[in-house]
Structure formats: C-alpha cells, structure tokens
Design a protein around this ligand. Structure first.
Ligand code: SAM
Length: 395
C-alpha cells in the first residue's frame, strides 16, 4: 500500500522529525492543503488522478444531475424577494470545487431574462488553485458578462457586513481539518501523528488547545472508554466569520452531518472520519497521504449556536431530499423520460437511504424576521421535538 505523495510525505515527516508528533488536525491540514503538495492543492498532471467526479475519488451532487443547482436558483430567487431588492443580490459560494453547482445555478437563473437575473452577482471563494482553474474553465460562458462572476481571496476578501444575498456551500465544511479525540481510562485525549520507521502512526496525548477542551465541555457528553470522535473547530471559526460578513440575507450550508446529539451519541462510538480513494472508503489516514480525500461529518448544532451569537438566526434545518421536494424537484423530474439515465441520476439525489438523507441543509438568516422558504417546507425526518427546538433558534 502506498504511503502517499512522496514530496508531501517528506514535508510532513520532516516537520514531525523537527518538532515531534503533530496533532491530527495539523496532519490533515497538510495532507489536504499543503500549499504545493496537498491533495486539493496540486495541479493535476498526467499521472495525477481527478479528485471530484465519477472517475475521481468521490462524487458530489452536482456530478449527478443539475437539479441541485436549479433548486438553489429557485431558492435564491425567493430569498431575493424576502431581502427586498433592488440592490445587487450576491450569491457567494465557498469551496465550489469544479464549479458545476455555480454553472447549473447561473444557467437556471439566466433562463429568465428578468430583474433578478440582472441583479445577481456570483462570487466564488476557493482555496485550491487547481480547483479555481477548473471553475474558470467550467464557468467560461459566464465570464464575458462584466461583474457577473468574480473570485475573492478567502473570507478576508469580503468586508464586515458587506453581503446582501446568499452565502452558500456544499460539502465545504466536511473538508475542513478536524481534531480526533479518544476517551481513555483516565480522560479524553487527542490523536497526534508520529513518524516511525518510515510510517505515520497515531499516538494519544493531552488535548492540544483550550478551545478543544471548551468545545468538549459544552457538549456535556458521557462517553465510555474507547469512544472516538472528531471535532471541527475550523467550522466554528468559519461560521463566526461568515456571520460577521452578512448584512442582510441567508447562509445555506449543505453537508454530511447531524445535530450534536446525533453526531456525538453513544452509538456513533467510532466517529465519522472517512477517507475516499477512487470511490472506495477507508478509515486509514496514514496511507495514500495526499492521494486520498479525508472527511468528517458536520456538527450542525454548533454551527447554529455560533451563528445565533452573531445575529444569524436559524431559518430551518432539513435534509437534501426535503429541500429539493420543497423547491419543486418533482416537476423537474416529471419532465424526464422515466428510467432514462437522467431520471435515475436525479432520483439518486433524493434517495431516503442515500444522498437524500445523509446530506443536511441548514439555513440561517440575518436582517429579517421569520422568513419562510420553499426549501424548508418539509422536515419529515426530524421529530417534532427537534422542529420545536429549531423554531426556537436551536437545533
Ligand atoms: C469536497 S469539495 C466540494 C466541492 C463542491 N462544493 C461540490 O459540491 O462539488 C471541497 C471544496 O472546498 C474547498 N475548500 C476547502 N477549504 C476551503 C477554504 N478554507 N476556503 C475555500 N475553499 C475551501 C476545496 O478546495 C474543495 O474545492
């Protein structure tokens, strides 16, 4: 089994040799986002394989069928009415990958030559130069329209309270580096990564940061010895940053994930961390380093709570199937030839035991009170207790 991309393995192992074992979160940061050799950061060349797509390591909704982009366009149109124009309506997409969702969403918006279409400004934030290049290629038809599609450098490229519109992401947060923790006989410890005899190995040490200890404390969970899980502190920081940049509008986050109660329940005792390589999953981050994706499911309760502190209120929480149903996906599918490849692909996005339910949709709003959105009409999978908590601003 390959240890991974040789230059990346050399860079990580030399950091460990210099400084001693590194927290897993640092290892994952380097594996995915080392500026030259990270999984997402390398410009694919002849020998390197595609990351996202049917012939890549994993596929996302926009590889399956353009329905999510179309639903987003419909949802953005309704959000614009609630925001109440007539200013430009910004759609900011962070972590856009190949840019397929942006492409599908823009095509659906511009299928109508109306006032909304003329006011939309699509802004992309993308960390990976390789992905930015793919976005430029896939969005080429839209780049000739002045000001319609632009890129900014990270969240810092947006001024505080500058966003009127929709801040959107799909499978961004599950790609942020996470801390891994484990309950031992004495306490909760953190996974560190060492390099011994030419291999990366894990070892447990005390928690590396106060923020991590505080996060665990507020979860107030009673885990048994051996319980392993992940903590995504970058997600907390991200939510704070995003909320501060919103003036009036919505934040719509789609990802694999759960409420904290579900994610950190006793039955999920091995966490949700997974690696993806050529459409296969494994739990071993110490092989194919820099050649495989790594992910962990998102704690949506913490995102909701952090947003609330910054004046970003929960509009609703649902799953992808319900979100798409609320936005008229049945009609979109009704136009397809039954049992055609397109029909089967569209159904794939809705599967109650697949993408339809594993993907959750959190919508938050700022600058308006109790907006009602078509994408949140249905919430069948979250019991009434959860619906009540959500209505009260907690999930
Ligand atoms: C799993 S892919 C999802 C791609 C796309 N949203 C889709 O649905 O196909 C994660 C994307 O987020 C980008 N990304 C990760 N961290 C980021 C950050 N801090 N800022 C901007 N982009 C980031 C990655 O480079 C990659 O393009």
């Amino acid at each position: 089994m390959s240890l991974g991309h040789p230059e990346l393995v050399a860079a990580i192992s030399s950091e460990i040799t210099r400084n001693g074992p590194i927290p897993f979160v640092r290892f994952m940061e380097l594996a995915l986002y080392h500026p030259q050799y990270g999984y997402y950061m390398r410009q694919p060349n002849g020998e390197d394989h595609e990351r996202i797509g049917w012939s890549g390591d994993f596929y996302t909704s926009s590889d399956v069928y353009p329905i999510l982009g179309r639903a987003l366009a419909a949802q953005a149109r309704q959000m614009d009415e609630l925001v109440g124009g007539p200013t430009p309506f910004m759609i900011i997409e962070m972590g856009a990958g190949k840019g397929f969702l942006a492409r599908d969403c823009l095509a659906a918006i511009h299928a109508r030559q109306d006032d909304f279409a003329s006011r939309v400004r699509y802004v992309l934030i993308e960390r990976s130069p390789a992905m930015r290049e793919l976005q430029r290629q896939n969005l080429a038809p839209w780049l000739s329209k002045p000001g319609l599609v632009t890129w900014v450098e990270g969240l810092d490229g947006l001024a505080p309270q500058s966003v009127t519109g929709l801040f959107f992401s799909n499978e961004l947060i599950d790609a942020f580096p996470v801390h891994q923790i484990q309950v031992t006989a004495e306490r909760t410890e953190e996974l560190y990564v060492d390099y011994r005899e030419g291999r990366f190995v894990g070892c447990l040490k005390p928690l590396s940061t106060v923020a991590l200890a505080q996060y665990l404390q507020q979860l107030n969970a009673t885990w048994l010895e051996g319980y392993r899980t992940e903590v995504n502190l970058h997600a907390i920081d991200w939510m704070e940053q995003v909320a501060r940049r919103m003036d009036r509008g919505f934040v719509l986050t789609i990802d694999y994930g759960h409420t904290a109660q579900d994610l950190y329940g006793l039955e999920r005792k091995d966490g949700t961390f997974l690696c993806y390589f050529q459409q296969l999953t494994s739990e071993d981050p110490f092989i194919r380093v820099g050649d495989q994706d790594m992910t962990a499911h998102v704690d949506f309760s913490s995102l909701a709570a952090v947003g609330e502190k910054q004046g970003l209120h929960v509009t609703g929480f649902t799953n992808q199937m319900s979100f798409l149903m609320g936005l008229g996906v049945e009609e979109m599918i009704g136009e397809l030839e039954p049992e055609s490849p397109e029909f089967r692909a569209a159904i794939h996005l809705l599967k109650p035991d697949g993408m339809g339910s594993t993907f959750k949709v959190l919508v938050q709003h700022k600058g308006m009170s109790h907006p009602e959105l078509d994408g949140l009409k249905f919430k069948p999978f979250f019991g009434s207790a959860l619906a009540a908590r959500s209505a009260a601003g907690h999930i």
